[in-house]
Design a protein around this ligand. Structure first.
Ligand SMILES: [Ca+2]
Length: 468
């Protein structure tokens, strides 16, 4: 049985081998952001976007928030709303910008959605049950820095919106359908980058809230927005309301601090200083003392850290680890294991694949494995990923991809067994040995050609086990 195995020799590393302080490639090539932060190149410099609960220059700081604040590119995700025929939403927020997404819940690859956004200082409700968008605009103009409250009640195609206990506004969506089919996560403060374009087309708003949300009540249930023990599933760029990450100035040696999102900052070093907070007088990775197999990473507090590949340890990754045999690799969102290609497990694979994957995920999105035919991403492939908690088993035999989605959501932070079967065009996915879901790829070409190596790559995951 070809499978991911716990004993295969693989390498785990931060993807990429470039180094930020010697920009042969782009600054982000060295993957300087920690704890699952996303790196964005800004010329010769970079900035990190940190997952909710993290902040600092390279997401090194653990952030606790009670009242979440959003910086325009941030968001918090919750379970999808129950809103088919009716829904009631109450929210309290404050803002420093007059335009930005307050709330969004949609339907993946289909039309249905409901959104609340600030548009030029007015609250706008939009919703589409499948036959067109209904739009309601509040009469009240929001004020910068003041707390406002809004209440939405929707019954089929009819909706009411009231802001700050003023007279409500009424409206309806076009005739034809009246059930709101929502299946994405519920997002507040903004949406993830990959949804931005879609959300912009539907709401007309392309940025998130710059401000705070202190209350969210859906169907008369108050959601806990706190970092600790809250109802949120994941998020990005969220901090504590009212905090300024640049006060006191965390940058050293007269560097200027720039606020980036809530709780994130970027230090502009003065000449001659190095590192995320400009703490070093010289490049701490020059000379590079790390073992050639590892990567040198300047640290926010000054100095450097060698990021060892799997099987090596010690300050400079100079030692070969004692531990051998079975291990349970932990992925941080940017790490991956590269294993030999599935086609090397026996020719039988070309008609039939049978895999068992045992994993634990701390996030509801991420790639579990990918094995392609060509390294440019073209050609046949087979992959498994989590998309909003749903497992997606995909394969392409050259006539278009087949996608099989699990019926149940993969629970966070629990070990689960998944069984994947593919026999010619037909595929099946089973979660914990039950609820099999079957699917088919388009006809004709029936053999998957996988010439290139299988890449185990996990995005935004912190804990996970693969086993055959
Ligand atoms: Ca619908």
């Amino acid at each position: 049985m070809p499978a991911t195995s716990t004993t295969l020799a693989g390498t785990t590393r931060s993807a990429g081998t470039g180094r930020s302080h010697h920009p042969i490639g782009k600054p982000c090539d060295s993957h300087p952001c920690q704890h699952g932060g996303t790196c964005e190149d800004e010329g010769t410099d970079f900035t990190c976007k940190c997952p909710a609960g993290r902040g600092g220059a390279v997401c090194e700081k653990a952030i606790k928030y009670f009242l979440p604040s959003f910086g325009g590119e941030s968001y918090l995700a919750f379970q999808t709303m129950s809103a088919y025929h009716t829904v009631r939403i109450a929210m309290e927020f404050r803002t420093s910008e007059m335009t930005g997404i307050l709330l969004y819940n949609g339907q993946d690859r289909k039309k249905d959605f409901i959104s609340l956004a600030l548009v030029d200082g007015r609250v706008e409700l939009r919703f589409n049950t499948g036959s067109g968008t209904g739009t309601l605009v509040s009469k009240v103009q929001v004020e910068q820095g003041r707390w406002h409250q809004l209440v939405v009640t929707r019954n089929r195609r009819n909706a009411m919106l009231s802001v700050d206990s003023e007279d409500h506004v009424e409206g309806e969506s076009p005739r034809g359908t009246d059930g709101l089919n929502l299946d994405t996560n519920l997002f507040i403060g903004g949406v993830p980058l990959d949804m931005k374009q879609d959300v912009k087309e539907r709401t007309g708003v392309d940025r998130g809230l710059v401000g705070c949300i202190r209350l969210l009540d859906v169907n008369n249930r108050v959601l806990n927005l706190q970092e600790n023990g809250g109802d949120s599933l994941f998020g990005s760029g969220v901090g504590e309301c009212g905090n300024n990450p640049c006060v006191p100035n965390p940058c050293k040696n007269r560097a200027t601090c720039q606020v980036k999102e809530a709780e994130m900052f970027h230090c502009k070093c003065t000449r001659g200083f190095w590192g995320p907070t400009c703490a070093d007088v010289h490049d701490p990775c020059e000379p590079n003392r790390c073992h050639p197999s590892s990567q040198c990473q300047p640290q926010p507090e000054g100095g450097y850290k060698c990021e060892c590949p799997m099987g090596r340890e010690g300050k400079h990754c100079e030692k070969v680890s004692e531990r051998r045999g079975a291990y349970m690799p932990l992925f941080n969102g940017d790490s991956f294991l590269e294993l030999k290609g599935l086609h090397l497990y026996g020719h039988d694979l070309r008609q039939k694949v049978s895999m068992t994957v045992v994993l634990m995920a701390n996030d509801s999105n991420g790639v579990i494995f990918y094995n392609g035919q060509k390294s440019d991403g073209k050609g046949d492939f087979i992959s498994l990923a989590l998309n909003n908690g749903i497992l997606e088993f995909r394969y392409d035999l050259g006539k278009g991809p087949a996608t099989i989605r699990s019926e149940s959501t993969h629970p966070a932070k629990r070990m689960e067994h998944h069984q994947l079967e593919r026999s010619n065009r037909k595929g099946e996915i089973m979660v914990n040995k039950k609820d099999p879901v079957r699917g088919e790829a388009p006809q004709e070409k029936q053999k998957i050609l996988l010439r290139e190596q299988s890449k185990e790559r996990r995005v935004r995951w912190r804990g996970l086990e693969g086993q055959g």
